[in-house]
Design a binder for this molecule. Structure first.
Ligand code: ATP
Ligand code: MG
Length: 206
């Protein structure tokens, strides 16, 4: 088999153990070569991040372990980040690779609001990380792409959808920012190296 990559986009404002465990779970369960974490520049779907792109990237880089890679292309591109542009670019770079774009259930449910979302499957597979009790919105246009088995999914370089039950740690960047704003510590929500950067730059505090 040629290269198999996971792609996890996010604001990472800041990155935390929820994101990192998700990346490791996907890496191991799909048998990927690496998972690329892509901080977005800005998107039309949410407010401008609090930390600068350079700060979000530095925190992400401080959090990485083998198998996880930071990919700063959306930040370098600047302006609004559209996943479709990123996947087109990655497909051009890696014509033979299996590309697997990872989404949480929340992101899947918002997918029909994404720019050119119907074309995403032309370039990559989609992996939906969810847990029991969470309702996944039916997206009829993508129903036929859904795989029931891992073997079927892993045979495709693009075009298929897999639902993976993955436990979600009860951590969010929003909660981390709120705690810092209130003057509290965020140790153990995110790697110690990230806490060090947050403290050094007094991020999210004032
Ligand atoms: P915010 O609170 O600012 O929205 P967040 O913690 O939700 O931040 P994002 O950058 O919005 O983080 O999320 C990026 C990706 O990581 C999304 O696909 C999201 O579903 C997933 N994700 C976020 N938090 C968790 C978590 N605790 N466990 C598993 N996946 C997560
Ligand atoms: Mg979020």
């Amino acid at each position: 088999m040629s290269t198999a990559l996971g792609i996890l986009g996010g604001t990472f404002d800041p990155v935390h153990h929820g994101h990192l465990r998700l990346a490791i779970e996907v890496l191991e369960r799909l048998g990927l070569d690496e998972v690329r974490l892509l901080p977005t520049a800005t998107t039309n779907l949410r407010d401008t991040p609090t930390a600068s792109p350079a700060q979000r990237l530095a925190m992400l880089e401080a959090a990485l372990v083998p198998g996880l890679v930071a990919d700063d292309r959306e930040i370098r591109r600047g302006g609004r980040s559209y996943t479709i542009d990123t996947l087109i670019e990655m497909r051009q770079e890696q014509p033979q690779a299996s590309l697997n774009f990872v989404l949480g259930a929340d992101a899947w449910n918002a997918l029909p609001r994404w720019h050119r979302w119907q074309e995403l499957l032309d370039y990559a597979n989609l992996v939906i990380a969810t847990r029991p009790g969470v309702t996944l919105t039916d997206i009829p246009e993508l129903a036929a792409a859904r795989c029931e088995t891992l073997a079927e999914f892993r045979a495709a370089r693009a075009g298929r959808v897999l639902v993976l039950p993955i436990p979600r740690l009860p951590i969010s960047s929003t909660d981390i920012r709120a705690r810092l704003q209130a003057g509290h510590r965020v140790d153990y929500f995110t790697p110690a190296a990230v806490v060090t950067l947050i403290d050094r730059e007094r991020l999210y505090r004032d």
